[in-house]
Design a protein around this ligand. Structure first.
Ligand code: CO
Ligand code: CO
Length: 323
């Protein structure tokens, strides 16, 4: 859809939609640029308070993925006009308020309209120095690839709808989605990284591919090193797979070379559409140990799932997946 946008001539637009970046960036002066993003979606969990919290964490994530500091937000909400829904809406809004407060980001306005199916999210503005923007074009050969949350929220969410997920796993899944990428972002800036993105609707391989395309580099991924939510592999083997994930698998197949021994379940999970997923961080090999140990000290997952490798960049086969 964004491909339809006219080309941008304003030299102060530092990042636009052309490289599928997480957020747009506009230079205000030599020291400061504004980073802008918007995200909203339909309920992903039954608990209205947690839905609001996840929507806030998800909306902030693109700012953190750019290496920026979120400063203000605006609420975007669509909800049924039925007065019975108002107490539910109140809880959704409260979940969002508390999560934005945890991030230290004031909500300074918003807009609501009536709609049959509720939708909730935020526009967020962040700030960054124009020289320190972690956009998709900055990954380099030799970078290690680090992932900060497990994969499989699409599969787990579909499994919950059909009653096939234990309460423990459902609670891990809800907590992971509501976890801010704030500390992971602050730590990667401290450690010194090439760039980062966050994993959302296009799945691990889709968002990896956006970075590879913009940076014109190739990647080697080890499927067995990717952390998955407990039960996710079992659910896939029982054919519990959402439509978005199947669509991703089809869309990104052209860019992937699968080793013969990669499990079918892993092929699907690596394409699973995520909600409020972790950061995918591209770090020069010399800084990797520092990054991983700082993340782990903070209680954040730091899985080294692959590397950016030498080789001619071509449209096909730019992602090598080994078992
Ligand atoms: Co993003
Ligand atoms: Co987004």
């Amino acid at each position: 859809m964004l491909g339809q946008l006219p080309p941008i001539m304003d030299p102060n637009v530092l990042v636009d939609a052309s490289n599928a970046d997480d957020a747009g960036v506009y230079r205000l002066n030599d020291e400061t640029a504004a980073v802008l993003t918007v995200d909203f979606f339909t309920p992903i969990v039954d608990d209205p308070y947690m839905f609001g919290a996840i929507a806030a964490a998800n909306s902030l994530s693109d700012i953190y993925a750019m290496g920026a500091r979120p400063v203000v937000s605006l609420n975007v909400a669509m909800f049924p006009g039925d007065p019975d829904f108002f107490p539910v809406l109140k809880q959704i809004i409260q979940g969002g308020i508390d999560k934005m407060a945890e991030a230290g980001v004031p909500i300074i306005g918003g807009h609501t309209i009536k709609d049959k199916e509720p939708k909730f999210g935020y526009t967020v503005m962040g700030l960054i120095h124009p020289d320190r923007i972690l956009d998709n074009s900055k990954a380099k050969v030799g970078d290690a690839i680090i992932l900060t949350k497990p994969i499989g929220t699409g599969i787990i969410s579909t499994g919950i709808k059909s009653g096939r997920v234990s309460e423990d796993v459902a609670s891990d899944f809800t907590k992971a989605m509501a976890t801010l990428n704030k500390r992971a972002s602050e730590i990667m800036i401290q450690a010194g990284v090439s760039t980062a993105t966050d994993i959302t609707g296009f799945g691990l391989l889709g968002h990896l591919n956006e970075v590879l395309a913009a940076s014109r580099v190739k990647a080697n991924i080890h499927a067995s090193r990717v952390p998955f939510f407990k039960d996710a592999e079992r659910l896939v083997s029982q054919n519990v797979v959402p439509g978005g994930t199947t669509a991703n698998l089809k869309n990104y197949e052209q860019y992937v070379k699968w080793s013969v021994n990669v499990a079918g379940e892993h092929k699907i999970l690596l394409n699973d559409a995520q909600t409020s997923g972790g950061l995918l961080i591209f770090v020069p090999r010399d800084n990797m140990e520092k990054l991983v140990s700082l993340l782990e000290q903070d209680g954040i997952l730091a899985a080294h799932i692959g590397d950016l490798v030498e080789g001619e960049f071509t449209s096909g086969g730019r992602i090598n997946v080994e078992a």
